[in-house]
Design a protein around this ligand. Structure first.
Ligand code: NAP
Length: 459
């Protein structure tokens, strides 16, 4: 009895650590501390669970911990920041798979007490399995293992029918006294197919939202299975992840002006990612010297970083350049789009790592009104997040997505390597605009060359 009270008290501490950790992760200033708190919570929850009454298979648990912990430690060290989305996808899938595995065991070999508990086990089984299958597909696509999207004929109808059959089988299991292993097995097969069919047509720009959605469903599945196991730590962790994942999904979908329904049932596919037929104008090239002169003699420069800055690891050089400009009396600000890069907060993390003070970094809503007063908008490896097509072309798949209004600056300099498209594969009207000059090169080299010229101008 005392042991049970001690375990539940520890789980309460775990819950507080999770919630505080998550709260701290909402700001780059406290994010590192948040991760440590949540990590301590996770270690405590794992250790305490060893004392759970009826726990006997210590060796098996230790082997599982060693395999999981080892894989996480290794991938945490070697995976590049730009590959984080696929790492999140696969971890997410593992969580969903684990929840589904709990459901499979509980449904096949244990007498569950009541209909609501069976219903939660079944719901967790469906959500966990869908999340597992979908996250594996998302991982394969982001990792470049699976390069094609595919849609079945009458895809949405198949999707709907499969959904209906899966839930029908689920309901049958809930109301059958002793469901056969075949019935339970078919639930998992159907849910696996559902996860694959939902995710297979999704490509390009929609994938981050889908990963976040699976994150939410994994959280809920874990929470439901926590209820089945009567384990408070699992219930709380699952619900916290489910709630955070749902909010993040909503925020990302809003930042791309897409509804969740339209992402799932009308995704931006390869066919839709055509190339800017209505765009007029030509791309005009600038040299590093041109760029240096335009910024050195400007009053205000707004820097828009994107995925290319992350690939080139140019953040330190960018900050070095910004400091030189500030020393020359130029006002410099950084503008961050909510989905710039490949994960939420990607640019904030890189700029913070380079030492850019937080009061120089502005969100889309804060900075957009300032672009018309900027002499130069310097776009570094960003593409989709500054594409004016999203404002003007109703037929474009990204129409309505809020963008950073870099095109409204007096002059725009775009640093990129060549004519490569952005993540959505859509041609960018900004690059052809009258006030835009293209500075071709990898971001780090291009910014280094600009720095050199700014220094020469100072002497
Ligand atoms: P983007 O649209 O993907 O464009 C990146 C650009 O960087 C490319 O056009 C590429 O052109 C250039 N580039 C690549 N390597 C470079 C290098 N070494 N040096 C200089 N430039 C380089 O990036 P974004 O504007 O940041 O937009 C993000 C996109 O990713 C959005 O479509 C968003 O929906 C999606 N997404 C976001 C998240 C998230 O949560 N943040 C997650 C996944 C996907 P070149 O090849 O010509 O150099």
């Amino acid at each position: 009895m005392t042991l049970k009270i001690l375990i539940n008290a520890s789980y309460f501490v775990v819950a507080v650590l999770f919630i505080l950790g998550l709260k701290s992760m909402s700001s780059p200033v406290t994010a590192r501390r948040g991760i440590i708190w949540a990590g301590i919570g996770m270690v405590l929850a794992t250790l305490v669970t060893f004392g759970w009454p009826g726990m006997t298979n210590y060796v098996l648990i230790l082997i599982a911990l060693l395999i999981g912990g080892g894989a996480a430690w290794w991938s945490g060290r070697v995976v590049k920041l730009t590959d984080m989305p696929q790492m999140v996808a696969i971890y997410n899938g593992m969580g969903g798979g684990a929840a589904a595995a709990i459901a499979a065991i509980k449904l096949t070999c244990c007498e569950l007490h009541s209909t609501p508990v069976v219903a939660l086990a079944v719901l967790g089984a469906i959500m966990g399995t869908v999340s597992f299958a979908g996250s594996c597909i998302a991982f394969a696509k982001l990792q470049g293992i699976m390069n094609k999207t595919f849609r079945l004929p009458a895809h949405n109808a198949v999707n709907f029918v499969l959904n209906a059959i899966t839930f029908l089988v689920g309901i049958t299991i809930v109301f059958t006294a002793s469901p056969t292993p075949l019935l339970i097995g078919s639930l998992f097969v159907l849910a696996l197919a559902l996860g694959i069919i939902i995710t297979a047509p999704i490509g390009g720009a929609d994938m981050p939202v889908v990963i976040s959605l699976f994150n939410a469903t994994t959280g809920l599945a874990v929470g439901f299975e926590g209820y089945v196991l009567a384990n408070p730590a699992l219930i709380i962790a699952g619900i916290v992840v489910g709630a955070a994942g749902s909010l993040l999904t909503e925020l990302m979908a809003k930042a791309m002006n897409r509804s969740i329904i339209s992402i799932l049932f009308n995704p931006i596919t390869g066919a839709a990612q055509a190339g800017g037929d209505g765009i007029v104008g030509t791309m005009k090239e600038a040299t590093p010297l041109d760029a240096a002169a335009m910024m050195r003699y400007a009053r205000k420069v707004i820097i828009v970083p994107g995925y290319g800055m992350a690939v080139a690891q140019a953040q330190h050089k960018v900050w070095e350049m910004a400091k030189l400009l500030e020393e020359a009396g130029v006002e410099v600000k950084f503008a961050i789009h909510p989905v710039a890069g490949r994960m939420p907060g990607h640019m904030n993390v890189l700029l913070a790592e380079a030492g850019v003070p937080y009061d120089k970094i502005f969100d889309l809503e804060e900075i957009n009104a300032e672009f018309p007063q900027a002499d130069v908008a310097l776009v570094i490896g960003a593409n989709d997040v500054v594409n004016p097509i999203a404002r003007i072309d109703k037929s474009s798949p990204i129409y309505g997505m809020p963008i950073l209004d870099a095109d409204k600056a007096q002059n725009v300099i775009v640093i990129k390597r060549g004519k490569g498209a952005g993540y959505s594969g859509i041609e960018n009207a900004l690059f052809y605009a009258e006030n835009t000059r293209m500075l071709y090169g990898s971001a780090q080299q291009a910014v280094s060359a600009v720095i050199q010229h700014i220094k020469e101008m100072a002497v």
